[in-house]
Design a protein around this ligand. Structure first.
Ligand code: DOR
Ligand code: ZN
Length: 363
C-alpha cells in the first residue's frame, strides 16, 4: 500500500518536480522513495512503486539525496575584500558543495559591528546570492551594550574575536569589555560565537621569540595553550552570566573535553569543528607551510582523533567551513605576513564524507 508522508499542505495536486532515488536522507533515516516538490518546497515523501506524475523529474539512482546544508561560518569577502572573492563566487561555491544557507561573518570592510552596517551589507548582496543567508553581527568592544537590544530580525548572534590576526577587525583585549559583552548578550538573548584564543598569551610569545624565521617557528607562537586558556575563560563567563556561547573552530582535545564537561554540568555552551581541522594535521603543515595556515592552527593527530570523536558521538553542535579565501600571493608571502584562512564551503561536505569513509570504511 502507498504510504504518503505529508510535510506541508500540498500546494498543487501535481508537483513541480519529483526526485526519485534509493537513498533519500530523512530525519528518520535513509530510505528509498520519491520527493515531491512544489513551489520550491518539499511537500511529501512517498514510496510508491512508480513515480507520481509531475512537471519535472530527476532520477538520483543510488546517489544520496540530502537536504540543503547550512554552513554557519563563512567569510565571504563582499564588501571591501573582493580581490579575494566576491559574494557571487562564494555563493556559487556553496551551491556546488550542497550548501544552500550560509551565515556570514562580520570581518568585511567596513566590518559589520552595528545594525546599520550589517543591513547595508545585506542590501548590497540582495539579489546577487545563489543561497539563503544570515549574518553574525560583530561585537564592537567599545559598544558592547549594542547587544542588549539587538533586533532579532537583524541578527541573533554576535562574533567575538578574543585573538587578533590579519583579518580580525576588532579584538577584545580588555577583560572588563569581554564581561560587558557577556552581560549584554545575556540581556539581549544574543548568542556569542567566539574565536576563543588568548591574544595576550600570543603577544607574550611573539615578544619573547621575536620574528619567526620559518613557518614552524611561527606555529610555536600560536600553541594550543591559547585556545585552552580562552575556552576556560568563556566557560567561566557562561557560568557567571548564563550567556549562550558557541566556540568556533575548536582545535584541541583539551578544549573539546572542557566544553563537553561544561555542557554536562548544564552550561549553555556548544562548539563547532571545521572541515580543515578534521582533514589536516601538523604533518600537512610541515609539508605545506603557510598555505594551510589557519587560525586557530592545525594541530596533531591525537587532537584530530578527538575532534572526529566529537562528530561521531554527536558532541559538536555545528560543522562549519570557516570559508576564508585569500589570494595565492597573499598566502605565499612572508612567514609572518601570510594571512590565516582557506576556502572550504565547497569542500566541507565532501571532506567530512571522505574522512568518515576512511575512518569507518564498513559503515
Ligand atoms: O583562519 C582564519 N581566517 N580564521 C579566522 O578566524 C578568520 C579567517 C579570515 O577571515 O581570513
Ligand atoms: Zn572564521
Amino acid at each position: 500500500m502507498d504510504r504518503l508522508t505529508p510535510v506541508a499542505d500540498l500546494a498543487t495536486p501535481v508537483p513541480d518536480l519529483v526526485v526519485s532515488g534509493r537513498r533519500l536522507v530523512t530525519p528518520q533515516g535513509v530510505r528509498g522513495g520519491h520527493l515531491l516538490i512544489s513551489g520550491g518546497r518539499i511537500t511529501a515523501i512517498t514510496d510508491t512503486d512508480t513515480a507520481p506524475a509531475s512537471a519535472g523529474r530527476l532520477d538520483a539512482g543510488d546517489h544520496y539525496v540530502l537536504p540543503g546544508l547550512v554552513d554557519s561560518h563563512v567569510h565571504f569577502r563582499t564588501p571591501g575584500l573582493t580581490h579575494k572573492e566576491d559574494w557571487e563566487h562564494g555563493s556559487r561555491a556553496a551551491v556546488r558543495g550542497g550548501v544552500t544557507t550560509v551565515m556570514d561573518m562580520p570581518n568585511t570592510v567596513p566590518p559589520t559591528l552595528a545594525p546599520e552596517t550589517l543591513l547595508a551589507k545585506a542590501r548590497q548582496v540582495a539579489g546577487r546570492s545563489l543561497v539563503d543567508m544570515r549574518f553574525h553581527i560583530g561585537l564592537d568592544p567599545a559598544r558592547p551594550e549594542l547587544l542588549a537590544d539587538l533586533d532579532a530580525s537583524v541578527a541573533t548572534s554576535a562574533k567575538v574575536f578574543m585573538a587578533g590576526h590579519h583579518t580580525a577587525p576588532t579584538v577584545v583585549r580588555d577583560p572588563a569589555a569581554l564581561e560587558k559583552a557577556f552581560a549584554a548578550a545575556a540581556e539581549g538573548g544574543v548568542q556569542l560565537v567566539l574565536h576563543a584564543e588568548d591574544d595576550g598569551l600570543f603577544a607574550l610569545l611573539d615578544a619573547w621569540w621575536g620574528e619567526p624565521g620559518s613557518y614552524l617557528e611561527y606555529e610555536r607562537r600560536r600553541p594550543r595553550t591559547g585556545g585552552i586558556v580562552a575556552v576556560a575563560k568563556v566557560v567561566e563567563l557562561v557560568r557567571r552570566y548564563g550567556t549562550r556561547a558557541h566556540i568556533l573552530h575548536l582545535s584541541s582535545a583539551e578544549e573539546a573535553d572542557l566544553v563537553c564537561a561544561a555542557q554536562a554540568a548544564g552550561y549553555p555552551v556548544t562548539f563547532e569543528v571545521t572541515g580543515h581541522h578534521l582533514s589536516f594535521t601538523d604533518d600537512d603543515t610541515r609539508r605545506l607551510g603557510a598555505r594551510t595556515r589557519l587560525s586557530p592552527s592545525i594541530r596533531g593527530r591525537a587532537d584530530q582523533d578527538r575532534l572526529w570523536r566529537a562528530l561521531v558521538d554527536g558532541q559538536l553542535t555545528t560543522l562549519g567551513s570557516d570559508h576564508a579565501p585569500h589570494t595565492v600571493a597573499e598566502k605565499t608571502g612572508t612567514v609572518a605576513g601570510s594571512p590565516p584562512g582557506l576556502p572550504g564551503v565547497q569542500e566541507l561536505a565532501v571532506a567530512v564524507w571522505t574522512g568518515m569513509r576512511r575512518r569507518r570504511p564498513d559503515e
